[in-house]
Design a protein around this ligand. Structure first.
Ligand SMILES: C[S@@+](CC[C@H](N)C(=O)[O-])C[C@H]1O[C@@H](n2cnc3c(N)ncnc32)[C@H](O)[C@@H]1O
Length: 391
């Protein structure tokens, strides 16, 4: 069985050998985003080969373009609620191959000329290989240079500069996480060592006070052996996003739960998973740099982190309810019955699949009491999120 990309394995091993065991979050950061050999960065394998039918995993944008069309409809309502600012900016972070951007730009151009005329689309993408794929997919719009632009990271966006919509799809689940285990001696963190030519895990004290604080805030009593993850980068990210928004919305789509659900007693192995060639397993030390790694998102903590930086929580729902609220049923009537296209679009709605696994969190700033069509139907967990936020 392959240990992974040889140069990447050597780079991580040499860091561990030089400094001693590293927190799992550091290992995951290097495995996914090492500046030369990381899974999302490595130029020797085209970025397009990561995501999609011939890659390691699908995202919703691969399944059917209707998600982009529905998001455009939601963005148009947000534009109206903001009194049609000029420009209206859509800032998308972690755009992968750029399929959603392509779907949104096409839908805006076709269906909402007034919005399209004022639109600026900014992609924030850390992987040069992914940026290349995005440029290719967005070629039809690159002749209007102010319409589509790129930045490498959030820090390049001035604070309070964004009026419009900041959104991401399956970004937060790809942030490196700290892994935690309850032991007879209390909570320990999983660190990564390198012994006899192999990566091995070891349990050591928590690597930072920030992690200890977040665990106290989660405040749940786990049984010995309980394993889970804490995505500190997600909280920091949300604070940075909130600071960049002047007026408008933050819309985050990802698989995840409220804090209570994510850290419930029955989820005792956590949610950490690796994806390679559409197979799923739990071993991060196999195929290092050649497989994706993800965890489910703690949406309550994201909402709280946003509130601490001046965002209000507009609502929280699942993908199925979000799409239904924006009229996907009507849009689907245009597709031929029994067609592969219709079957693909329906996948996004499946109550036992993408429709409920994926959640949508919307937050806003400086928009008085917005009522969004995508949040018309908010299942039971909205109150759970609010209770958490108020805590
Ligand atoms: C799982 S893919 C999501 C793809 C895309 N949103 C879609 O719907 O297909 C995660 C993307 O986020 C990017 N990414 C991860 N961390 C990032 C960061 N800190 N800044 C910018 N991009 C990031 C990765 O390079 C990759 O393109």
């Amino acid at each position: 069985m392959s240990a992974g990309h040889p140069e990447l394995v050597a780079a991580i091993a040499s860091e561990v050998t030089a400094s001693g065991p590293i927190p799992f979050a550091r290992f995951m950061e290097l495995a996914l985003y090492h500046p030369r050999f990381g899974y999302y960065v490595c130029a020797s394998k085209p970025a397009t080969s990561r995501i999609g039918r011939t890659g390691d995993f699908y995202t919703s944008s691969d399944v059917h373009p209707i998600l982009g069309q529905v998001l455009t409809k939601q963005a148009e309502q947000m534009d109206r609620l903001l009194d049609r600012p000029s420009p209206f900016t859509i800032m998308e972070m972690g755009s992968g191959k750029g399929l959603l951007a392509r779907q949104i730009l096409s839908a805006a151009q076709r269906d909402y000329p007034s919005l399209f005329h004022r639109l600026r689309y900014v992609l924030i993408e850390r992987s040069p290989a992914m940026r290349e794929a995005q440029r290719h997919n967005l070629a039809p719009w690159l002749d209007r240079p102010e319409l589509v632009t790129w930045v490498d990271n959030l820090a390049q966006i001035p604070t309070h500069s964004l009026t419009g919509l900041f959104f991401s799809n399956e970004l937060v689940d790809s942030f490196p996480v700290h892994r935690i285990q309850m032991t007879a001696q209390g909570l320990k963190e999983l660190w990564v060592d390198y012994q006899d030519g192999q990566f091995v895990e070891c349990l050591k004290p928590l690597s930072s006070e920030q992690l200890a604080t977040q665990l106290r805030r989660i405040g749940l009593d786990w049984a010995e052996g309980y394993r889970t993850e804490v995505n500190l980068q997600a909280l920091e990210w949300m604070a940075h996003v909130a600071q960049r928004l002047d007026r408008g919305f933050v819309l985050t789509i990802d698989y995840g739960h409220t804090t209570q659900d994510l850290y419930s007693a029955d989820r005792k192995r956590g949610t950490f998973l690796c994806y390679r060639q559409h197979t799923v397993h739990e071993d991060p030390f196999l195929h290092v740099g050649e497989q994706d790694m993800t965890t489910h998102v703690d949406f309550s903590s994201l909402a709280i982190a946003g509130e601490a930086q001046g965002l209000q929580t507009t609502g929280f729902t699942n993908q199925m309810s979000f799409l239904m609220g924006l009229g996907i049923e009507q849009m689907l009537t245009g597709l031929p019955q029994d067609s592969p296209e219709l079957a693909a679009a329906i996948q996004l709605l499946r109550p036992n699949g993408m429709g409920t696994t994926f959640k949508v969190l919307v937050q806003h700033k400086a928009v008085p009491n917005p009522k969004l069509d995508g949040l018309q139907y908010q299942p039971f967990f909205r109150s759970a999120l609010t209770t958490q936020s108020a805590a």
